[in-house]
Design a protein around this ligand. Structure first.
Ligand code: CP
Ligand code: NVA
Length: 313
């Protein structure tokens, strides 16, 4: 499996088979166990470099990738496009051709997913999506590990994503859930449902893995009996202009005690963070014993290690 993963980019889980995702999930768990046994440093990439280019701010993704790279023996260079010649108009393609002759991997956080696709096309080294408007693959691998830990199984877990069903988190949960055989419910107002590309992929992959995708605007129907209620911000980075309208539209979809009661006793609460307390989630839910958000955040490190260990050549 490693030989088929080495050198690959990770732009979206749509490009990966269920077997490949399962392998990376198992490797993540292994990395975490080794970490807790005291083996923090797994020197598989000594002397190599990871370049991080971030068009938007980041806490979890940046720190997890930098720490993960370091623990694998790599060094990192962090930059925003303004500090590179990109900011003065050098093209994505030329930048990719140049830096990929010097570094061993690139992690990029971009406004437009197309930027990543163009970069990867001209890069000689793996490109890792550190969040785009379309999807956030490194986050959901950590979420899958968290669900496995708290529910004790991977296949068949029921996850309801409540909120903006067309955003990067919703898409990523659909893509990874389809590959891991989840029962995925996207609970969102009409007009904010997932892109057809992700829905069609889930239907196709689901025929092989047993995954089922439901898209609904009914909170009650969507969250009843689930293992996890997942939410994310109503206004993603780059969508600030739509903030006022989104606040109004998503208000009924706030994850509060009454929504968690509808979900039932077995449901944990999940959020990729950062959270906007009092908007998409109330304090009494995110700070409750049912909340696994800090475990999700920690798992960013172990999963980042698995991704870099496997994909960097
Ligand atoms: N969840 C997540 O990606 O957080 P950051 O924006 O802090 O990286
Ligand atoms: N949907 C959010 C996720 C942040 C990790 C955003 O794109 O801003």
């Amino acid at each position: 499996m490693i030989s088929q993963l080495r050198g690959r980019s990770l732009l979206t889980w749509l490009d990966y088979t269920p077997q490949e995702v399962t392998f990376l999930l198992n490797l993540s768990r292994d990395m975490k166990e080794r970490y807790y046994l005291g083996e923090r440093v797994v020197n598989v990439h000594q002397g190599k470099t990871l370049l991080l280019i971030f068009e938007k701010p980041s806490t979890r993704t940046r720190v997890s990738l930098e720490v993960a790279a370091w623990q694998l023996g790599m060094r990192t260079i962090y930059s925003n496009p303004q500090e590179l010649q990109l900011g003065r108009g050098e093209t994505i393609e030329d930048t990719a051709r140049v830096v990929s002759r010097m570094v061993d991997g690139v992690a990029a956080r971009v406004f437009s997913h197309t930027t990543l696709v163009r970069f990867a096309q001209y890069s000689q080294v793996p490109v890792i999506n550190a969040l785009s408007d379309e999807c956030h693959p490194t986050q959901v691998l950590a979420d899958a590990l968290t669900l496995w830990e708290v529910k004790g199984r991977v296949n068949g877990v029921k996850v309801a994503f409540v909120g903006d069903g067309n955003n990067n988190m919703a898409h990523s949960l659909i893509a990874i859930g389809a590959r891991l055989g989840w029962d995925i419910r996207i609970v969102a107002p009409k007009g904010y449902w997932p892109s057809r590309r992700y829905v069609e992929d889930a239907e196709d992959v689901g025929r092989r893995t047993g995954a089922v995708l439901t898209v609904t605007d009914s909170i009650e129907e969507g969250v009843k009996g689930v293992d996890a209620v997942y939410t994310d911000v109503w206004v993603s980075m780059g969508m600030e202009k739509e903030a006022e309208e989104r606040m109004r539209i998503f208000k009924p979809y706030q994850v509060n005690q009454s929504l968690m009661n509808m979900a039932g006793e077995g449901a944990v609460f999940m959020h990729c963070l950062p959270a906007h307390r009092g908007l998409e989630v109330t304090d009494d839910v995110i700070d409750s014993p049912r909340s696994v958000v800090w475990q999700q955040a920690e798992n960013r490190l172990h999963t980042a290690k698995a991704i870099l260990a496997a994909l960097i050549r």
